[in-house]
Design a binder for this molecule. Structure first.
Ligand SMILES: *[C@@H]1O[C@H](CO)[C@@H](O)[C@H](O)[C@H]1NC(C)=O
Ligand SMILES: *[C@@H]1O[C@H](CO)[C@@H](O)[C@H](O)[C@H]1NC(C)=O
Ligand SMILES: *[C@@H]1O[C@H](CO)[C@@H](O)[C@H](O)[C@H]1NC(C)=O
Ligand SMILES: *[C@@H]1O[C@H](CO)[C@@H](O)[C@H](O)[C@H]1NC(C)=O
Length: 319
């Protein structure tokens, strides 16, 4: 009898047990019910997260190739010559995690953000946890600090929004103050890649300020340059939306051959205005500590179950 599948099964089961134990420990240690999640947000489903990340990197690579002025500027501020190295310059703290759009940042006990307890107590927030909705990614930004996707929230999603849409980059450092910690990891590795895109809505198409005001800071962090915290992506987006509103003659617009436009707002700040939007199925969750991680635990349990059953059936076939 071939022992290979059996050993795979044992390894996988051991992995599940270790993971479950550490999850129980994490819950015990976090004064379960008294603590709020670190933040609430929409977590892109793994199969959409992986494919959207690849798509975003491809778009960036293609555009660098196509627009020499863009390449020159990015080469200058990243100090990287080759496109492949530029792509690697923007990294994610936890590359295995699914992309997410933060709706409310609570912070860590006892230094919660203002309104954190009230937000968590809202019936709408409680009812929305574990609900699936679609995030509309309508464009991308690239700066010397961050690479991000710009989200246009739906009216229902705006009801859950609780972020400061006018808080741009602090003039001096302190950008790392809100650096999120990640007690659990929600894996994006997925067997299936799913993609869903459609034409841009008429109010967004060709509009060089497609979002502004309430909810406009909504984004997905796709990567940060070395030493830059993910929270900076939102600040960069806020700064860019302000620049979009000033209508400066310094702004340069480039037509892209695959459709859409690239604009440079100076100081290495670039925005892509595509003709397509990406629809990303996402789950609203509290993330980080206390009761907020239950949804993630459930996902893990399911993943383990699927994994084990796949291996068991393979074992049966082979023996
Ligand atoms: C290159 O970057 C430096 C700052 O890092 C800036 O002062 C300079 O103007 C840039 N050069 C070009 C050609 O953009
Ligand atoms: C948002 O941030 C800006 C800039 O830091 C600040 O002036 C403003 O008071 C903040 N708004 C709210 C509602 O906290
Ligand atoms: C794409 O997303 C829209 C909006 O969520 C949905 O109505 C549609 O069924 C999705 N299409 C596919 C092929 O998944
Ligand atoms: C920006 O400038 C152009 C022409 O210079 C003008 O047609 C347009 O209305 C201006 N937009 C805003 C938002 O001021």
């Amino acid at each position: 009898m071939n022992l290979f599948p059996l050993s795979l099964l044992l390894i996988s089961l051991a992995g599940c047990i270790v993971m479950s134990i550490s999850m129980v420990e994490a819950t015990k240690n976090s004064k379960a019910d008294s603590q709020l999640p670190l933040y609430y947000g929409w977590f892109v489903k793994p199969e959409y997260s992986s494919s959207f990340l690849s798509k975003s990197h491809k778009l960036l690579a293609d555009t660098l190739q196509e627009i020499p002025n863009f390449l020159k500027d990015v080469q200058n501020f990243t100090q990287k010559v080759y496109i492949s190295d530029i792509l690697l310059h923007y990294t994610r703290e936890n590359p295995e995690e699914v992309l997410h759009c933060t709706a409310m940042y609570n912070g860590v006990y006892p230094n919660y953000s203002p309104g954190a307890e009230e937000y968590s107590e809202k019936q709408l927030v409680k009812d929305s946890v574990n609900q699936v909705s679609t995030l509309h990614s309508i464009g991308w930004i690239l700066t010397p600090r961050t690479f991000g996707a710009r989200i246009k929230l739906t009216n229902d999603q705006l009801l859950l929004w609780n972020q400061n849409d006018t808080e741009g980059n602090p003039l001096q450092s302190a950008v790392n103050a809100k650096k999120p910690i990640s007690p659990v990891t929600y894996y994006q590795r997925s067997i299936t890649f799913k993609e869903n895109s459609t034409d841009q809505d008429p109010d967004v198409m060709g509009n060089f300020q497609p979002t502004s005001g309430y909810g406009s800071k909504a984004h997905l962090t796709l990567g940060c340059s070395p030493g830059v915290a993910a929270v900076t992506t939102g600040y960069d987006l806020v700064d860019l939306i302000r620049l979009e509103g000033t209508n400066s003659s310094e702004v340069k617009t480039y037509d892209l051959s695959n459709g859409g436009w690239l604009r440079n707002y100076g100081e290495g700040q670039w925005v892509f205005y595509p003709t397509k939007q990406f629809l990303l199925e996402s789950t609203f969750l509290g993330y980080g500590s206390g009761s907020g991680t239950r949804g993630l635990e459930a996902s893990f349990a399911l993943l383990c179950l699927l994994c084990s059953s796949a291996i068991i059936s393979m074992f049966k076939e082979l023996s």
